[in-house]
Design a protein around this ligand. Structure first.
Ligand SMILES: Nc1ncnc2c1ncn2[C@@H]1O[C@H](COP(=O)(O)OP(=O)(O)O)[C@@H](O)[C@H]1O
Ligand SMILES: [Mg+2]
Length: 298
């Protein structure tokens, strides 16, 4: 038996959501990407990871980038963070062309990248101290960021004493302590269990509410993308291209209850169809016969 629920179009926006997008479009452009192309020379020939990718992210927007594995998400974010050079194209942060890494852009990766020999507080102080701040100022600021991510009680703990979710909260505090204008996050919750991941998504929205920051968040998780985003940049694979930029019609503030709202489900379904077009399911499922099944074994 299947229950068929008629979903609204993901393009339908309640008046307050439409008004929010109208305001968002009025905000300054924090990040402008034009014609970004990246080709890798490999022993098997040239791989075009990204082809003519263009989009803009507005000040204090939270944009997720989603697409199938290998579509160039990490390559894109590494170029935007200045960790990789583009073959062609241009990147502007608040109208200024940038190349190479800079303190205007911060990054949080999936892997735990804290310095294991430094305490939580020392990890967060590291950037401000490198930027020339006194230990006193760096410590005071670090405490504020650690407080913001809810880890005040753990400021003297070491990374190995923390859970995966806590480590990623420190990584967020550490990135924010450098006061970037744009924060890039590459599947930052990908290694966490499902429950912790959901909590981290809510934490991130709380942090984002309290900090003047624009976020570009890479994920391949549909629920995560819809839950977090103002807009979702959907990438096609081979080569990575912009398939669509979707305005998420789910009102803010977001809550887990919305996962079952028709607008949430409609958006999720649309993106799912874009990533896995009907009729293009995996044609050759791998067959591994461990034993000949008896007809009674079901
Ligand atoms: N350093 C590299 N050298 C050669 N090919 C690469 C390199 N990095 C990524 N690629 C290729 O570029 C494509 C996009 O990779 P990636 O950005 O990691 O995708 P995603 O993060 O979406 O899974 C893949 O085909 C990958 O094999
Ligand atoms: Mg990746």
């Amino acid at each position: 038996m299947s229950t068929h629920v008629e979903l609204p179009s993901y393009r339908e926006q309640a008046p307050e959501v439409a008004a929010r997008f109208a305001r968002l479009q009025q905000r300054p452009v924090a990040l402008e990407v034009s014609g970004l192309t990246k080709k890798f020379e490999t022993p098997r020939g040239v791989v075009t990871a990204l082809s003519d990718v263009s989009f803009s992210v507005h000040k204090r927007e939270l944009m997720c980038v989603i697409g199938p594995s290998g579509c160039g998400k990490s390559t894109l974010v590494r170029i935007l963070a200045g960790l990789e050079t583009a073959t062609a194209g241009e990147l502007k942060v608040y109208g200024e062309p940038v190349s190479g890494p800079g303190p205007d852009r911060g990054m949080v990766f999936q892997g735990y990248t804290l310095f294991p020999w430094l305490s939580v507080k020392e990890n967060v102080m590291f950037g401000p101290k490198m930027a020339g701040k006194s230990s006193f100022t760096a410590e005071r600021e670090a405490r504020e960021w650690i407080d913001l991510v809810g880890l005040a009680k753990f400021e003297n703990s070491y990374p190995h004493q923390l859970s995966g979710g806590m480590k990623q909260r420190v990584a967020i505090a550490r990135a924010l302590a450098n006061q970037p204008r744009v924060l890039f996050m590459d599947e930052p919750f990908g290694a966490l269990d499902a429950q912790t991941r959901c909590k981290m998504q809510s934490y991130l929205l709380d942090i984002w509410k309290n900090v003047d920051i624009t976020i570009v968040f890479i994920t391949h998780d549909l629920d995560e993308a819809v839950f977090l985003s103002d807009r979702i940049l959907v990438l096609d694979a081979n080569p990575g291209r912009v398939a669509e930029i979707v305005e998420v019609p789910v009102p803010r503030p977001r809550s887990e209850q919305q996962l079952f709202d028709p607008t949430f489900m409609a958006t999720r379904k649309h993106i799912d169809h874009m990533m896995h077009p009907p009729g293009q399911e995996q044609k050759e499922a791998p067959v591994l016969r461990m034993a000949v099944a008896d007809p009674d074994v079901i």
